[in-house]
Design a protein around this ligand. Structure first.
Ligand code: UD1
Ligand code: CA
Length: 459
C-alpha cells in the first residue's frame, strides 16, 4: 500500500528565528537533529520514495539526511527559499512513475509519530487530500484551519495574513499533508505569491482543491504531536516533550524504574532494559545501552556507553565506554573514550580511565589514572597507581597481566609490563618490565635517624 506513496520533507529553510549559523533542521533535541526525528517517523512507513528538499547549508543537511540510511531517499535543491509551496514544486520532477500520493512533512516538527502519519495516509484515501490539524491552547504563529458553515475544511490562512477574527480560531495547521499526486501537480502549477510574505504557500493548495469541488479531509490530533520548532525556546520545549515520551515508554513498556523523571534526561535512541533503575540526575545520551537490573545514578552522565546487566554506576562521567556485567563504578569516576571494564570489575572514586581494557574481576578502587593500558583478570591496582603513558611527544602502552598486584602510589612508566601474578611494591617508579611471579621494587631505601627530633628541639 505504501509503495505508491512518496514523502517530501521540507528542510531548505534557514530558520531565521533561530538566530543561528547552523541550519534549523540540524539543531538537536533529545539526541537527534530535527531532521533526524522526522525521518525516524517516516522510516517505519516503508514508503516507495523519500525526497528531502534542501537549500540553506544544502550539503550538510543532505549529509545528515543520508546518514539515516533510509531506503529510496534522495535530495533535491531549492536554491532560493521562496516558500513551502515553492519547495514542493522543486520536488515534483523527482517523483518516480509509480507514485500516486505524496505525504508532505516539514523538517521542523520533531514530535510527530509514525502512527499519526500512517493515520493521515488512511484519512486521505477517499479524498484529494488530507491534512493534520490540532486545537492549540496558544495558536499564535501557526496557520489557522478555516472551516465553512458545514464544518468542512475551506482553506488555511497564515497567522500573518489572518484577520483578527481568524486569529481567534484555535485549530492550527500542522504542516503535514497527504495529497493525490495529480491534484498536487495541478494545484501547485497555479500557486502564486499573493500573501504577506511574498512566498508560494503550500497551504494555498487547500483552497484550490475546495474551489475545484474536492474535499480536503482533516485528521485532528493532539497538539503535543505537531509542535513546530521555530526558535530556541520551542527547541527546548520539543526536547522536553521527546524525552518525556521516551521515559514514559521506558517505564511503562520496558519496565524501567525512573525515580524522578523530571531530573532524568534520556535521549530517544538510548535503550534501557527491564528492571534497570535510573536515579535522579542521570543523563544518558547518544547510543547508550543500559542492561537489565543495572543501577545508574545519581548524577551520572553517559554518552554512547554500554552498561552491562547488574552493574552499578554512581556519580560518573562516561564517553564511549563499556561497563561489564556486575561492575561497580563510582562515585566520581571518569571513563573516557575506549574504556572497556570487564565483568565484576571495580573502578572507584577519583579514577580516570582512557583507551584501556580492564579484565574480569580486576579492581582499581581509588585515585588512579589508567590510560592506554591492558589490564588482565583479577588484577589489583591499588590507591594512587598511575600509568605514565605520555612522554610529552608520544603515547605508550602499559600491560599488567592476570593476578598481578600493583601497590599504592606506583608509577608505571610506559612502555612497560608487569607479568602474571607479580607484585609491585608501593611507591615504586617502574621503568623496566617486572617478570611473572617477581616482586618489583623501585624506590630509595628508608633510613631512620635515631634521636633526631630531640636534637632539633635542643638547637
Ligand atoms: C508553516 C505553515 C503553517 C503551519 C506551520 C506548522 C506554510 C505557508 N505555513 O508555517 O500553516 O501552521 O508551518 O508548523 O506552509 N521550508 C523550505 N523552503 C522554503 C520555506 C520553508 O524548505 O522556501 C521548510 C523549512 O525548512 C521548514 C518548513 O518548510 O522545515 C516550514 O517552514 P517555516 O518557515 O517554519 O513555516 P511556518 O512559518 O512555521
Ligand atoms: Ca515552522
Amino acid at each position: 500500500m505504501s509503495q505508491d506513496v512518496a514523502a517530501v520533507v521540507l528542510a531548505a529553510g534557514k530558520g531565521t528565528r533561530f538566530r543561528s549559523d547552523t541550519a534549523k533542521v540540524l539543531h538537536r533535541a533529545a539526541g537527534r537533529t530535527l531532521l533526524g526525528h522526522i525521518l525516524g517517523a517516516l522510516e517505519p512507513l516503508g514508503l516507495g520514495q523519500v525526497v528531502v528538499v534542501v537549500g540553506h547549508q544544502a550539503e550538510e543537511v543532505a549529509a545528515e539526511a543520508d546518514r539515516h540510511g533510509i531506503e529510496g531517499l534522495s535530495t533535491v535543491l531549492q536554491a532560493e527559499q521562496l516558500g513551502t509551496g515553492h519547495a514542493v514544486q522543486q520536488a515534483l520532477p523527482a517523483l518516480q512513475d509509480g507514485i500516486r500520493r505524496v505525504l508532505i512533512v516539514y523538517g521542523d516538527t520533531p514530535l510527530v509519530t509514525a502512527s499519526t502519519l500512517s493515520d493521515l495516509l488512511t484519512a486521505s484515501q477517499d479524498s484529494a487530500a488530507a491534512l493534520l490539524s490540532a486545537h492549540a491552547a496558544d495558536p499564535h504563529g501557526y496557520g489557522r484551519v478555516v472551516r465553512d458553515d458545514d464544518g468542512r475544511v475551506a482553506r488555511i490562512v497564515e497567522h500573518g495574513d489572518a484577520t483578527p477574527e481568524q486569529r481567534r480560531i484555535d485549530e492550527i495547521n500542522a504542516g503535514m499533508y497527504a495529497v493525490d499526486r495529480g491534484w498536487l501537480e495541478r494545484s501547485l502549477g497555479g500557486a502564486g505569491t499573493d500573501n504577506a510574505q511574498g512566498e508560494v504557500y503550500l497551504t494555498d493548495i487547500v483552497e484550490h482543491l475546495v474551489a475545484a469541488g474536492e474535499r480536503v479531509a482533516a485528521s485532528v490530533v493532539d497538539e503535543a504531536e505537531i509542535a513546530g520548532v521555530n526558535d530556541r525556546a520551542q527547541l527546548a520545549e520539543a526536547g522536553a516533550g521527546l524525552r518525556r515520551r521516551h521515559l514514559h515508554g521506558l517505564m511503562v513498556e520496558q519496565g524501567v524504574t525512573v525515580v524522578d523523571p523530571a531530573t532524568t534526561y534520556v535521549d530517544v535512541d538510548v535503550e534501557v532494559e527491564r528492571d534497570a533503575v535510573l536515579l535522579p540526575g542521570t543523563i544518558l545520551e547518544g547510543r547508550t545501552v543500559v542492561g537489565e537490573r543495572a543501577r545508574v545514578g545519581p548524577d551520572t552522565h553517559l554518552t554512547d556507553c554500554e552498561v552491562g546487566p547488574d552493574a552499578t554506576v554512581h556519580s560518573t562521567r562516561g564517553v564511549e565506554a563499556t561497563i561489564g556485567a556486575e561492575a561497580q563504578v563510582g562515585p566520581f569516576t571518569h571513563l573516557r573514550v575506549g574504556t572497556r571494564l570487564g565483568p565484576r570489575t571495580k573502578a572507584g572514586a577519583y579514577v580516570e580511565t582512557k583507551g584501556s581494557t580492564i579484565g574480569a574481576g580486576s579492581k582499581v578502587p581509588h585515585l588512579a589514572y589508567v590510560g592506554d593500558a591492558t589490564i588482565g583478570e583479577g588484577v589489583n591496582l591499588a590507591c594512587g597507581v598511575v600509568t605514565v603513558n605520555y612522554d610529552g611527544r608520544d603515547k605508550y602502552r602499559t600491560v599488567v597481566e592476570d593476578g598481578a598486584f600493583v601497590g599504592c602510589d606506583t608509577m608505571l612508566v610506559a612502555p612497560v609490563s608487569v607479568g602474571e601474578g607479580a607484585y609491585v611494591a608501593a611507591g615504586s617508579t617502574i621503568t623496566d618490565d617486572v617478570p611473572a611471579g617477581a616482586l618489583g621494587i623501585a624506590r630509595a631505601r628508608q633510613t631512620n635517624k635515631e634521636g633526631w627530633a630531640e636534637r632539633r628541639r635542643e638547637r
